[in-house]
Ligand binder design. Structure first.
Ligand code: AMP
Ligand code: MG
Length: 324
């Protein structure tokens, strides 16, 4: 299969390109597109055969459910059972990087929701994504457009590197805004709201809005958040946390890369210093991909502060380093 990568203006998406992409989605094919978080690999969320193609293209475990992307709050009622909290969160945070897990209606194939009786829904804040979903007229299931386990793509070139030959079309809308995925919360029981994945929307903002503390699923509750069971976001070279692995790092820092907010004392082969946490999140995955292709032996990485997007960023870094 030949994979077309087409540039499209994020501020004024060309309707001809959008309708070509929407037709592919309606025909059960895959299209990669930008969102404000990372690039998504989209298929018709209500077509089990189309969704199966996502799992095959990514090599994604079948029990890791997908997020359904909508372009309109009204669409959500067809998909899941909403409640007052869901409605107020949607009105306040959408379009945006907040994914809501609610009880699924039967219309969503089990394939899309990884066999669960809940489903995850969000409205992305990107004009290309919104135009595509609205033109297709169906919810679009879209995980990140990388091979399973690899760093998520924050530009079209990274999508191409992982997906060339496997999908029909990549909409190239430039670099994404946030760089890490959405925050996922489970609101299926409004009395017990769980944080399933930290992400681009800070939990402080959510807790202030909801006036409750989000619960963290315990070990016996991990099936609530299937995606978090797998190693993720990892480049194909080792990732060591700067403060934890100083011995390994000191032995060979001259051949290693460094990522962080602060200049290290050692002189690494390559250093990428971000001037704030937003830029760090924005640049993390592309820095992973750059350092591995530049041939450094490992990546030494500094953890950011745990507030705002820093919580989600820390989660991604720890998973890439294979620690929790
Ligand atoms: P990705 O699309 O690769 O960014 O991953 C989607 C995330 O949403 C994964 O961590 C999933 O486990 C989570 N997710 C999707 N649907 C559900 C659901 N029904 N219940 C719990 N988590 C979900
Ligand atoms: Mg992913």
């Amino acid at each position: 299969m030949i994979t077309d990568k087409i540039k499209i203006d994020a501020f004024n998406p060309d309707q001809k390109i959008i309708s070509r992409a929407a037709d592919l989605i309606k025909d059960g094919e895959l299209v990669a597109f930008p969102t404000e978080t990372v690039y998504g690999l989209g298929a018709d969320a209500l077509n089990a055969e189309a969704v199966k193609k996502i799992f095959i293209a990514k090599g994604r475990p079948q029990d890791n459910p997908l997020i359904l992307h909508v372009s309109d709050i009204e669409q959500v009622n067809d998909l899941v059972y909403t409640n007052d909290i869901a409605r107020s969160l949607m009105l306040n945070f959408w379009p945006g990087a907040l994914t809501l897990v609610m009880n699924a209606k039967k219309i969503i194939p089990l394939q899309t929701r990884g066999g669960l009786n809940t489903a995850a829904v969000r409205m992305p804040d990107n004009p290309i994504a919104l135009a595509l979903i609205s033109r297709a007229g169906i919810p679009i299931a879209a995980p990140s457009a990388n091979l399973s386990g690899r760093p998520s793509p924050t530009d079209a070139e990274s999508v191409y590197n992982d997906m060339a030959g496997k999908i029909n079309l990549i909409l190239d809308g430039g670099s994404t805004n946030y760089g890490i995925e959405s925050t996922v919360i489970d609101i299926s029981d409004p009395e017990n709201i769980f944080l399933l994945r930290a992400g681009s929307t800070g939990i402080e903002e959510l807790e202030k809005f909801l006036n409750v503390k989000l619960k963290i699923p315990g070990a016996n509750n991990l099936k609530r958040s299937p995606g978090t069971r797998y190693r993720h976001y990892a480049p194909n070279i080792p990732v060591y946390i700067f403060d934890n692995d100083s011995e390994k790092i000191e032995r060979d820092y001259k051949n290693a890369g460094y990522l962080g907010l602060n200049e290290p004392d050692e002189n690494f082969k390559e250093q990428i210093i971000f001037n704030d946490v937003q830029n760090y999140a924005h640049g993390l995955f592309s820095a992973f991909r750059k350092l591995e292709s530049d041939g450094v032996k490992f990546i030494s990485i500094e953890l950011p502060p745990l507030s705002g997007i820093g919580l989600g960023l820390t989660d991604r870094i720890k998973r890439a380093a294979n620690i929790s």
